[in-house]
Structure formats: structure tokens, C-alpha cells
Write a protein that binds this ligand. Sequence first.
Ligand SMILES: *[C@@H]1O[C@H](CO)[C@@H](O)[C@H](O)[C@H]1NC(C)=O
Ligand SMILES: *[C@@H]1O[C@H](CO)[C@@H](O)[C@H](O)[C@H]1NC(C)=O
Length: 373
Amino acid sequence: MDFGTSVLLILLFWLGTGSCAAEIDWTYSGQMGQPQWSEFFPDCGGSGQSPINMDSAQTKYEPRLAVVRPLGYSQHGNEPFTLSNNGHTVIMPLPNWMGIGGLPWQFSAVQLHLHWGNGGSVATGSEHTINGRSTAAELHIVHYNSELYENVSMAMTQRDGLAVLGILIEVGEETNQAYANIINYLSRIRHAGQKVTIPAFDIQTLLPKDLRSYYRYNGSLTTPPCYQSVLWTVFQETIKLSMTQLVKLETLLYTSEEGDSQPSVLQDNYRATQPLNQRVVLASFQHRGVKVYTAGEISAIVMGSLCGCVGLAVIIRFIVKTIRSTSSWDVLPSVRPAPQSRSKDMGKALKQDMALKTTAESGKPAEPAQSEP
Ligand SMILES: *[C@@H]1O[C@H](CO)[C@@H](O)[C@H](O)[C@H]1NC(C)=O
Ligand SMILES: *[C@@H]1O[C@H](CO)[C@@H](O)[C@H](O)[C@H]1NC(C)=O
């Protein structure tokens, strides 16, 4: 065998075992990052993708949306659960007797997994956003349509094949005992490919209390292959983890396998929000006329009111002073002595008031933020 043939054989072997056989290893950023997904997974470039931003001003109230009913979530049995690090997330398969009711079909549970950020000062990590606002993390509980399809692999490519519950996670004061059932075991699956069996627990405790208030829309898997087969339910109520728990989620896992010389931390495993296009987001609840303000709007309103109050105080003080200085109401203005200092005061007060008014004017709340393109 000459040199050229050997090289060719090696090359063919490498092609056969490596780039062709292995499924394409997508990531959230870098060379195989989000903008590249659609080159290898065409559905990722579709017009009905997830996640999305839910703009409360543009959602449609739909009173006929039923309360979400977890079925068998609390009957976990004695079989332990298996938690694993797949390099993209922490994932836990669920028994198929668990499911959800209250949807147009019967759906059986498949698995749950999480998305999170990187511990920066601004809360990022959730996939769905509400009025442009992210939360620290998001739990997804995936189900397949067991009324129409035989199993999840059949269902996942079909319209109405999957139903996912999205639970937005924020930081709170207390340790969340339900999520501790997962988070306490992350240190045992730090590297991609690792698994740990954990005691079974009540999955319903991971859900918010209010299962009546949610957003509903047609979307996709938020990871490749991005099939547009998901009926989404994102609850309005958030759940809270302690900061310690969130930090564990954000720092304990690696995307790389054990022994990798360059381990990389599994962080920021959330997809950017996708265009809504022609889709409608339904809300099972009515917004109680409470406008949600952004931080900028809030500070503008606070400054505006503050300036308004100071202005008012200056005017009242001026009036009171004027009344006090005149001995009685029937004194004619012409008769009243015109004290030099006071009229100066008045000029000053007026000027100040004008200045404050202008500030208040320019500090008016801005228009509500537009939804994502
Ligand atoms: C799902 O069902 C189809 C059709 O019966 C079958 O061919 C396939 O092997 C099943 N897949 C799994 C993962 O069970
Ligand atoms: C989702 O799409 C189906 C058609 O497959 C439609 O009947 C349904 O109303 C849509 N649901 C929402 C929430 O838009």
C-alpha cells in the first residue's frame, strides 16, 4: 500500500466515524451556534419557532381555555428517577403514566429539563420572556399526544404532536424544596454523559400554584431539530429558587465530557426569542388593567411625580405665606404693602416651579416597549 492510499483510507475512516456518523453537535454560541442551526436543521428557520416574547398588550384573552390538570404527577411510585447531563441541559425522563389534561388531546409525559443563564447581574436564562423581561431560568415539562401518536418519536414531527409546560423561575429568599430534589444531585452529573438515579418525588410540586393563568400558543422545540409541533403553555405565575440553588444550576455542570482537557461550563443554554410572525398568543386570564412598566419607565414616573410634588409644595408654601402676610382677606391689593423680599421670593418660586414642570414634562413615561420583531 503506498502512502497516498493510506492517507485516503485514513481520511475515509475519519469521515465515516466522525463527521458523518455523529449527529451534528450544535451549541448555543460559537461556530455551531443559534444563527447556524437552520443550516443543518431547516425547521429552526421556520416561521413558527419558540421561544417567543409574550407581549401582554397583544395577547388575546380566551376565557374558554381550561385549567391545566397534571395527571399522575404526584403518583411517582417507588422507581427512582434518572437525572442526566446531556451536554445541553440536565434532563430527567418521566414515566408515561404521567400526563396533562385540559388540552384538546390527552398528552403523556416524556421528560423535563431546564434552561438557565450565567449568573450575571441582569436576570437572563429563561427562554420565554414576558413584556421583554427574562427570568433567571425556565423549566420545561415535555409531553406527547398519546391520543394521536404511538410514541414520542412519531409525535414530535407532527402538528399537535407535543405539549410543553413552561415554568418561569426567579430568585427568592427561600430554598425551594421541590427543586432541591433535582439541584442537590447536580454535583453527581457534572460532566456530559453522566447519569445519577435519584429518589422519585412529586413532580406537581415543581409547578406554580395557579394552573389557571397561562399563555398558550403554537410553537416549536427550542433546540435542534426545532420541530414546529409544540402546543405551548407558559404559566403566568413564576416559581422561586434561592440564590444558592440558582448558582448551583449555573455553575455545576459542564458541556464537556469527563477528562476533557478544556472543560467548559454549561451556561446560557437558552435560545433567543423568535419572531411571532402571524401567530396569536392566547391568555387564559385577563390582565387587570395593570400596566407593566420597565425600569426606565418606573424611574421616569417616580422622578415625574417627585418633581410634581415638590412643585406643588412650593406653590402651597407660597400661597400660605401670601395669606399669612396679608392681615385679612378684605385688604385691597393696592393697599397692601409690597414687601421687596417677598416678591423676590415669588419670582424665585415661580421660576423654580416652571423649571420643575419642564422636568416633569420631559420625564413623562415613554411609550410601552414594542414586541420583538
Ligand atoms: C415508535 O413507533 C413506531 C411505529 O410503531 C416504531 O417504528 C418506532 O420504533 C417507535 N419508536 C420508539 C422509540 O419506540
Ligand atoms: C394551534 O394550531 C391548531 C392547528 O393545528 C389550531 O387549531 C389551534 O387553534 C392553534 N392554537 C393556538 C393556541 O393558536
